[in-house]
Design a protein around this ligand. Sequence first.
Ligand SMILES: NC(=O)c1ccc[n+]([C@@H]2O[C@H](COP(=O)([O-])OP(=O)(O)OC[C@H]3O[C@@H](n4cnc5c(N)ncnc54)[C@H](OP(=O)(O)O)[C@@H]3O)[C@@H](O)[C@H]2O)c1
Length: 273
Amino acid sequence: MSNDLSQLKVGFIGAGNMSYGIVKGILKSGGINSAHVTVSAPSANNFPRFQEMGVHVVHSNNEAVSGSQLVFLAVKPHLIRTVVTEVLPHLTERHTVVSVAAGVTLETLEQLLPPGVGVVRLMPNLPCVFQEGALLFARGSSAKEETGALLKHLLSACGSVEEGPESWIDIHTGLSGSGVAFVYLFAEAMAEGAVKMGMPSALAQRIAAQTILGAGRVLRDSGKPPAVLRGEVCTPGGTTIYGLHALEKGGVRSATMSAVETATERARELGRK
Ligand SMILES: NC(=O)c1ccc[n+]([C@@H]2O[C@H](COP(=O)([O-])OP(=O)(O)OC[C@H]3O[C@@H](n4cnc5c(N)ncnc54)[C@H](OP(=O)(O)O)[C@@H]3O)[C@@H](O)[C@H]2O)c1
């Protein structure tokens, strides 16, 4: 694969939300020419937002693959086999294929693809669309270390990008893919608490969102463990320790651990099907 980003051509099969978030991030990370990015999908429904970024849009998956060195598979998991079979004649050892399809393992992808094609499994989450995603990828046996470094650079504007063994992908799905919904539930409950105490609902939701965003930024950017930050907010005998006690009595810690555990197990189960 070309190390000269200005020459690198990138294809996307699928023009949905994930492709949109990743294309936006790749172009923002710098070095890639938007005219060197091709996105394919059966309908033109999602094309305008890609065209606005100067990206080439086509209906032919083969066209998205044949001119590209890096190919993202961003269709629903049940379509992976169909689209790979369709583009197979155009895939060579010079290609690296990155799949974002939930539950589709490296083993399955490597069986479907010709030997020597570099394969990467990438798990983004929804905030990727707002460049605040949490992404984890695992490389297959033919994908080189340099490919990992290139992906880390290209995806850096999508959010945080980590690399790990494939066994972490399902855990990442439980923690971060599903985790987004766990945080929404918490936001909803916080806002409802404020409504109960007399605040208008829309205002309570805005403040809950900003509280979660602010807490997340402090947690990420300070590098301090959550328990330390929590301690810093607790004045002895103050409001926060009273509230935290109520959360502990309600079993929030245990319920949250179980939520990540059960979502991970479900991801593993779906991957086996
Ligand atoms: N959304 C998430 O939060 C999330 C998180 C992690 C992983 N993922 C994974 O990301 C993948 C894509 O999800 P998404 O949310 O982006 O889906 P999506 O918004 O539903 O988009 C799917 C895209 O696939 C296109 N498509 C359908 N059949 C096709 C075919 N035969 N050839 C080429 N393109 C075809 C659709 O075309 P049209 O535009 O014509 O309908 C659409 O553009 C899934 O495998 C999912 O598991 C999603």
